[in-house]
Write a protein that binds this ligand. Structure first.
Ligand SMILES: [Ca+2]
Ligand SMILES: [Ca+2]
Ligand SMILES: [Ca+2]
Length: 308
């Protein structure tokens, strides 16, 4: 009986082993075949996105002209204006390689807006709408003061005119080459010491159309090392929109004994301005001094004024 059972057990074990092997084969076989299929799909997708390509040829008013620069058809074309999907735009249904098509936006995009085109194949293109920038003034001051005129007390102060001075000069403190300089508490003794000092350079700008105006300029400030905490200097300018005085960045003395400098740029854009003449000015303002050697100054360079 014992021998018979051993044989049965052996046969059973053999049957189990054979079924397991075949199960394992069919299981791994399926996995292998699925993996191969997925791999093929990935390869197809990679192939399509590498071969599909789109370019924006031009943007004019509400028409965005695109070109299929890839090797496969493009379809499911979508357009975004400043990241907003334009659901009302009319787009080509399909474009074959090399062909050109027009997208009509639901409304003309503003100058400077960012246009993005995407396709169902994964291609995309981005381009900004050309601006209508008109340069009203581009002054580097490298050969002269470019008809800017210097004025004492431009930023709210009212006396000390003998201690305020402006000159066009070539100086290593200019952003480059030559520029417009202002010196405050020039040669002492201090007079009306709590009244403050200011000086700046002005110029009128005339616009012929309604637009916003963008203004930018470079500045460098200096504050004498002999000053105390309440004797500080700010870069200052006249906002051409309403003629108001704007106090920009400044230096409050923190390192007794050595002169301190601060360099930077100011950029601002006005609201919509009606055609007309506007006055721009830039320079610096010093709060007060109590000694002849407490002085400050600034250098203004690269004034760029343009419509946007
Ligand atoms: Ca003066
Ligand atoms: Ca310059
Ligand atoms: Ca002082």
């Amino acid at each position: 009986m014992k021998g018979v059972s051993s044989i049965i057990v052996a046969i059973l074990l053999l049957i189990i082993a054979v079924s397991m092997t075949s199960l394992a084969y069919s299981f791994f076989g399926e996995v292998v075949s699925e993996t191969t299929e997925t791999g093929n799909e990935v390869v197809e997708e990679v192939k399509e996105s590498t071969l599909s390509n789109v370019k924006i040829d031009s943007i004019s008013d509400d028409i965005v002209t695109i070109r299929n620069t890839g090797k496969v058809d493009i379809s499911h074309i979508a357009i975004f204006v400043n990241d907003m999907f334009d659901a009302g735009a009319s787009v080509p249904y399909r474009l074959s390689p090399g062909s050109v098509g027009d997208i009509t936006l639901s409304e003309p995009a503003s100058p400077g807006a960012v246009i993005k085109v995407t396709t169902g194949e994964g291609a995309s293109a981005i381009r900004s709408v050309p601006g209508t920038f008109l340069v009203l003034l581009d002054a580097s001051f490298d050969s002269d003061a470019e008809t800017f005129s210097y004025q004492d007390n431009l930023f709210g102060t009212s006396s000390n005119t003998a201690q305020e001075n402006g000159q066009w000069e070539t100086d290593s403190n200019c952003a480059s080459g030559a520029c417009l300089a202002v010196e405050l508490n020039v040669n002492g003794p201090p007079n009306n010491e709590n009244g403050g000092y200011s000086g700046g350079w002005q110029k009128s700008i005339t616009t012929t159309g309604s637009s916003s105006i963008k203004i930018s300029f470079d500045y460098r400030l200096r504050l004498a090392g002999s000053t105390e905490l309440n004797e500080y200097v700010n870069v200052s300018y006249i906002d051409i929109e309403d003629g108001s005085i704007v106090m920009g960045p400044g230096i409050v003395h923190s390192n007794p004994g050595s002169d301190e400098y601060r360099t930077g740029s100011i950029t601002y854009t006005t609201g919509l301005l009606a055609p007309g003449t506007y006055s721009f000015g830039a320079g610096c303002y010093m709060t007060q001094v109590t000694a002849t050697n407490e002085n400050s100054g600034c250098w203004i360079d690269n004034v760029l004024i343009e419509t946007v």
